[in-house]
Design a protein around this ligand. Structure first.
Ligand code: AG3
Length: 280
């Protein structure tokens, strides 16, 4: 028998991942995108949106722990948290581990991603029934436009910045995010790979610097994302994102106080990225 292989269609990567697949568990099309759940021998179940692997059961913790806990531990008391995107529930699961959280609002444009994740990715979509959670199947850009001093932490867990997700990496969007954040507010979002998407990292960092007084860049190595050296951009109103403020009182696989400090790139290197002195 020939192997069944899923060949990824990443919009920006110069390489294509080929995943051995045991089964296609779900295949559907929403108003916004094609949604597929694959079963693979090594990765477990994989969520694929428009041909791009978004997360897999085996390594999703790396991305979700770093996206959530670095900004969450930087804030003195993150009570109100907004997640834009993240319909699979992985970021929400991590956010809710913080006992300070009183309200976690998840806004994903595509209700079908949430429904499919609840059915096929139960280890990620395990928190939607938590009483602190509110879910809106709406456009995240429009949602933040109407907010003022409403959230302590805003996380953007989006697909690659193409199509409807592109606007979530623009200065215009960051200005609304800034207004939507309370006094010590912090924003963090995934900002692509330092290897294959360096120009995107540069652009997002520059756009954030137009808006936030403190901007930083941290990374985690995510095996499922082509480019691997995955970056997260963080914008803060007052706190230094490099310094976790509280002790962790719950389980994580990779995140710790030491890993928090380790994740940040040296400032001298960030300056080289911004000036274009570092190029690959
Ligand atoms: N969010 C997408 C991360 C970027 C993936 N890009 C790629 N593989 N080219 C992940 C959603 C998980 N909650």
């Amino acid at each position: 028998m020939r192997d069944i292989v899923f060949l990824e269609r990443d919009p920006f990567a110069p390489i294509r991942h080929a995943y051995p697949v045991e089964k296609v568990l779900y295949h559907g099309k929403s108003e916004y995108q094609e949604i597929v759940i694959l079963e693979s021998p090594h990765f477990g179940r994989i969520l694929v949106l428009d041909g791009v692997a978004q997360c897999d059961e085996r390594y999703e913790f790396v991305y979700h722990e770093f996206l959530a806990h670095i900004p969450m531990f930087t804030h003195p008391e993150p009570k109100d948290v907004l997640i834009i995107g993240g319909g699979d529930g992985g970021t929400l699961r991590e956010v809710l581990k913080h006992p300070e959280v009183k309200r976690a609002v998840l806004v994903d444009i595509d209700r079908m991603v949430i429904e499919v994740s609840k059915e096929y990715l139960p280890s990620l979509a395990c928190s939607f029934n938590d009483p602190r959670v509110e879910v809106f199947a709406e456009d995240g850009f429009k949602f933040v436009q109407n907010l003022s001093s409403a959230f302590d932490v805003i996380l953007v867990d989006s697909t690659d910045p193409v199509g409807f997700a592109h606007i979530l990496t623009t200065t215009e969007f960051f200005r609304y995010v800034f207004k939507a954040l309370k006094e010590d507010g912090i924003y963090a979002g995934q900002s692509e790979s330092l290897h294959y998407h360096l120009n995107i990292v540069q652009r997002i960092q520059k756009d954030l610097r137009e808006v936030f007084p403190i901007v930083d860049l941290y990374c985690a190595s995510v095996p499922g994302y082509a480019g691997y050296w995955w970056s997260f951009s963080i914008g803060s109103k007052s706190q230094d994102p490099r310094k976790p403020l509280r002790e962790k009182s719950f389980q994580t696989k990779l995140y710790s106080k030491d890993m928090h400090e380790y994740a940040f790139l040296p400032k001298s290197f960030i300056n080289k990225i911004l000036s274009g002195e570092y190029n690959a």
